[in-house]
Design a binder for this molecule. Sequence first.
Ligand SMILES: NC(=O)c1ccc[n+]([C@@H]2O[C@H](COP(=O)([O-])OP(=O)(O)OC[C@H]3O[C@@H](n4cnc5c(N)ncnc54)[C@H](O)[C@@H]3O)[C@@H](O)[C@H]2O)c1
Length: 346
Amino acid sequence: MQKDSFNIVLCGMGFMGTMHAQIYSRIPETRITAVVDTNPDGAATRLKELGLEVPVFATLQDALATVPSDVVDICVPTDQHEAFVREAAEAGKDIFCEKPITLTTDSAQRILQAVKAVHFQVGQCMRFWPQYEALQEIIASGKAGRLLSLSLQRRAGRTSHSVGDWLNKAERSHGAALDLHIHDTDYVLSLFGTPQAVTSVGTREHSGLNHIFTTYHYDNGPAVVAEGGWNYPAQWGFQMAFQAVFENGTVEFDSTATPSLTGTFGHEPKGEISFKKSVADSSSVQIGNLSDLGGYFSELRYFVDCLKTGKHPEIATGAQAAESLRVVEHEIQSADTRRTVNIPSL
Ligand SMILES: NC(=O)c1ccc[n+]([C@@H]2O[C@H](COP(=O)([O-])OP(=O)(O)OC[C@H]3O[C@@H](n4cnc5c(N)ncnc54)[C@H](O)[C@@H]3O)[C@@H](O)[C@H]2O)c1
């Protein structure tokens, strides 16, 4: 039976849960019926700041037993993802789970088994981020010729926002290599598939591999490299960027620049590239130095559209997220051993 409105139980009302709450308030077919958070006072304060009146529960079990629910949206720390996904799936709820899907490939396989009967999408939002979609379209169109190389960067100041400082605990987040850099790994996979091998170097600290540089090896494909790290000075801010060099042009993105997306084609001077903005662009919401809800809005809009039509999401699926996690695990192994690591085909 197709539905056109959805009750959401939002788990984890921290940085990302607050973002999702703001997005659902811009998606008319959704209503948050409960928040689940082990810090109910903090969650209640954030809900009040957003002008939302929603009951807060300490456990998912209590929320599901008390309020109407169709969807469980999981924004708790990554080491809690598997437990929340399995509980929600056992209750027959459709699930949106933040990235990374979980901490290990074994755990990811258990998740994929658990969600077979429900709709499931993972917050690998670069697949929905407007400037990254624009690059994908330019590659596919061939208008600048063959892509020769792609270099991606994701850099941030030292993070201190997470509740209980879980992001800085290696066993809970697996460091920037998994938590931050997986965005670029996932985007690379969305463009070119799984590489044959990876060569990585990085900086390991007590809180994990917090800066990583990876070369993705594609036989007969473009040269692809990515840098991801959150060990810049705390006040440094955040930047995501890429540079794509084609036979007949370049496309460059820099989240700290205006305009953010530029191109140099043929003999024309460098100019701004227009791209499809997310529906929520006119909002005043600020995410760091990003001025709109970008892929964060579009991924949830897509998820709700899938629910409305009864289709399973085909973008940012559980299997795709699990594969990105598997590749990052090989990158971490490569950085720790300082050797190129082959990635077996599945
Ligand atoms: N897509 C993105 O770009 C993006 C950005 C940031 C975070 N994330 C992901 O979102 C998830 C949450 O990250 P965050 O930055 O919002 O963390 P956070 O620390 O800001 O928030 C986590 C929230 O979960 C609550 N919580 C912790 N354990 C709980 C439990 N067992 N049950 C219920 N509530 C619990 C905390 O009290 C807190 O309110 C992580 O998986 C992270 O990787 C994704």
